[in-house]
Write a protein that binds this ligand. Structure first.
Ligand code: PLP
Length: 447
């Protein structure tokens, strides 16, 4: 078998941790009972396992076990939260507030509700990806029933100020939902301190099985009512019918338990690897970090490469490293990522974007290899140009296609905005493009 690329796509999914797998296995073949069967030991065993998993998951977010509703993942949890609240609180109002950088599993249910007559405010974000709290507060109305703001972004890793948002919702009696699919087991979550009323979780981003998730639904202060979106046997207090998938539930809880137990050691390790990769890449000019530099997931690095063709960059790297350009969904539809557009990135920059998600099994040696490969690829793409590079100041009206250069490029660390700029020709379009010239040496701290 040829060597497989290094896996740095941890925001798309993660492998099941062997310890999670081990915890799940008995529940496929031996302890296979239906957790709802109350008349024999097969049922009791499964019920006990589900009860324990519920306790672990509830404790992980400072909730109580009865507030955990198992679902098939975060997509279903988001749909249940958003459509379930909208339908149950019709008499209170029909206005929903969310944010441009949310996952489609939040944006699309909101858009669907808009077709039914709900009004949805989709707030922009600041250039660093964070919600502006004043703008947020100004968007809240008398008839606002629900706010949905994610904990951690799946593309740029940015951590939204949940406690500040929750407090503003609580003061006004507005329900607050947060999609925490990327956050659970990676950063601390506390539904009390953050005043969150509904929280979506998933197992497969935290080394648990795919097809498993949960929705936290607050039971007191306030007690949240949901209109079920799936009707049937009345499981999960009637909010989500369907036989519980015991092996997945056990694996989910084990995965979250491990994530919490290892967070204190794993966070600095991942940050160290991520910051080292970013520092090493600085030998290439014109790299733009997407999202807030520190208020982000420890394993996330998302950067745009100015002055190269996005498609060529991705093709050049994909045998070395498994990564994503924008989100998985937007790479399939080949539209520039809506998250990067919300940050104000041009289409060209959005296409030339590398999203790296480092994880539990990422090693320092792999990061060195990826750094070497990215630097070599960018250098090669920039040198394969037609025409002779010329040196000239970058001024308006010089006939340059700027390929996304903007003030943010000039603000990049180590770039002197008054310094010389190189110009070369883009080999794909045969148009002149500009390259910033670094004026300070790049310092890479040892790993
Ligand atoms: C992955 C992800 C989802 C979808 O979760 P599934 O469990 O795959 O349905 C939703 N929101 C965010 C932020 C995600 O990263």
């Amino acid at each position: 078998m040829t060597q497989r690329p290094i896996y740095l796509d941890g925001h798309a999914t993660t492998p099941v941790d062997p310890r999670v797998m081990e915890a799940m296995i008995p529940f496929f073949t031996q302890q296979f009972g239906n957790a709802a069967s109350s008349s024999h030991i097969y049922g009791w065993e499964s019920e006990a396992a589900v009860k324990q998993a519920r306790e672990i998951l509830a404790a992980a977010i400072n909730a109580s076990p009865e507030e955990i509703v198992f679902t098939s993942g975060a997509t279903e949890a988001n749909n249940l939260a958003i459509k379930g609240v909208a339908e149950a609180y019709l008499d209170r109002g029909r206005h929903i507030v969310t944010v441009q950088t949310e996952h489609n599993a939040v944006l699309d249910p909101c858009a669907y509700l808009a077709t039914l007559g709900f009004e949805v405010t989709v707030l922009p974000v600041q250039p660093n990806g964070l919600v502006n709290l004043d703008e947020f507060e100004a968007a809240l109305r008398e008839d606002t029933v629900l706010v949905s703001v994610m904990a951690a972004n799946n593309e740029i890793g940015v951590l939204q100020p949940l406690a500040d948002i929750g407090q503003r919702c609580r003061e006004r009696g507005i329900l607050f939902h947060s999609d925490a699919a990327q956050a659970i087991g990676k950063v601390p979550l506390d539904v009390q301190a953050m005043a969150v009323d509904l929280m979506s979780l998933t197992a497969h981003k935290v080394y648990g099985p795919k097809g498993m998730g949960a929705l936290y639904v607050r039971r007191r202060n306030p007690r949240v009512t949901l209109a079920p979106q799936q009707h049937g046997g009345g499981h999960e207090r009637g909010m989500r019918s369907g036989t519980l998938y015991t092996p997945q539930i056990v694996g989910f809880a084990k995965a979250v338990e491990l994530g919490l137990a290892e967070m204190a050691a794993e966070t600095p390790r991942l940050k160290g690897l991520r910051d080292y990769l970013w520092a090493r890449l600085q030998v290439c000019d014109g790299l733009l970090l997407n999202g807030h530099p520190s208020q982000r997931l420890p394993g996330n690095l998302n950067l745009s490469v100015a002055g190269v063709d996005g498609q060529a960059l991705i093709l050049g790297l994909r045998s070395l490293v498994a990564f994503s350009s924008g989100s998985a969904c937007s790479s399939a539809s080949r539209k520039p990522s809506h998250v990067l557009k919300a940050l104000g990135r041009s289409d060209d920059l959005a296409y030339a974007t590398l999203r790296f998600g480092l994880g539990r099994f990422t090693t320092a040696a792999e990061i060195e290899q990826v750094a070497d490969g990215v630097i070599a690829t960018i250098t090669a793409l920039r040198s394969t140009t037609q025409g002779t590079p010329i040196s000239a100041p970058l001024t308006e009206g010089i006939g340059i296609r700027p390929l996304g250069w903007g003030q943010d490029a000039l603000d990049a660390p180590g770039v002197d905005p008054g310094g010389p700029f190189g110009i070369h020709f883009d080999r794909f379009t045969n148009m002149a493009i500009a390259t910033l010239v670094r004026t300070q040496p790049v310092e890479v701290p040892p790993l």
